[in-house]
Design a protein around this ligand. Sequence first.
Ligand SMILES: NC(=O)c1ccc[n+]([C@@H]2O[C@H](COP(=O)([O-])OP(=O)(O)OC[C@H]3O[C@@H](n4cnc5c(N)ncnc54)[C@H](OP(=O)(O)O)[C@@H]3O)[C@@H](O)[C@H]2O)c1
Length: 274
Amino acid sequence: MLDAYADRWALITGASSGIGAEFARRLAGHGMHLVLTARRNELLEKLAEELHTRHGTKTEIIAGDLTDPAEPQRLFDTIAAKGIQIELLVNNAGFGWVGTVDETEPSRMRDLVQLNVASMTDLTYRLLPAMLERGHGGVINVSSIAAFQPVAYMPVYSASKAFSLHFAEALWAECRNRGVTVTALCPGTTQTDFFDVANVPGWLKKHEFSTPEQVVKAALRALERRKQFVIPGWKNWLISFGVRLARRKMVVLQSMRFFRPRKKDDSASGIEKK
Ligand SMILES: NC(=O)c1ccc[n+]([C@@H]2O[C@H](COP(=O)([O-])OP(=O)(O)OC[C@H]3O[C@@H](n4cnc5c(N)ncnc54)[C@H](OP(=O)(O)O)[C@@H]3O)[C@@H](O)[C@H]2O)c1
């Protein structure tokens, strides 16, 4: 599996935890050398040590904050200065936020768009042309099942993931006959730090979760099969396609029940009012 990628380099954004760290473990297991980026340098260092001991592959760490509009260029220049050619780009870094529009900091939403949309787009436009020129390579965009519908109280996050999915699918069509595969990964709820960062209602944390291992395995299988997107887990697949049959108004109104943010006095009990 993934023989064409062995002994080549992948760039993984958001590699310090969760799905990104699992991509690093799996890809190093397939013999790939890795450029890892995220803000928490110490976690990246620990991961690099683990990968070196287990797989003997090379790892470069370039820590940085991708909510800074200058960061994708800096990352690209640093990689180029090291003489590294990126064969696989994993656009994974991202965060979500659950909140009403009147209680959400605008700067947080600006950061979300910069990270989940703008930096991801910027990096892809910098790295994909060289893959096309060489006639081989791949991009994995970590989207979400939230990409298939608008989600009330997560309007910016769900829109950012719809962008990520559409962007990847359109590039898949453009690149498929030029040796490069662009695949969108659309996971459902997955066991990571995502929910603590996103301020999600307590009940969702008790929902059925996939593991990062399951999600990443599905992504790499889809990349190998040159698919334009993959939804890991049949229940997530049903949810994503079910919403296409329902009226759009119903879909978004239903999401209000599930994602209504905690009131301040609910937070101690973790109980969500519906
Ligand atoms: N978990 C789920 O249920 C789920 C479902 C669907 C899609 N996803 C998507 O999966 C991706 C990975 O999330 P996860 O679930 O693995 O959660 P996670 O464990 O919180 O990982 C998020 C990663 O993004 C990085 N990141 C966050 N802000 C950043 C910034 N400003 N600059 C650079 N890196 C930043 C984090 O690193 P630092 O904090 O060290 O910077 C971390 O490595 C996200 O795109 C998320 O939307 C998750």
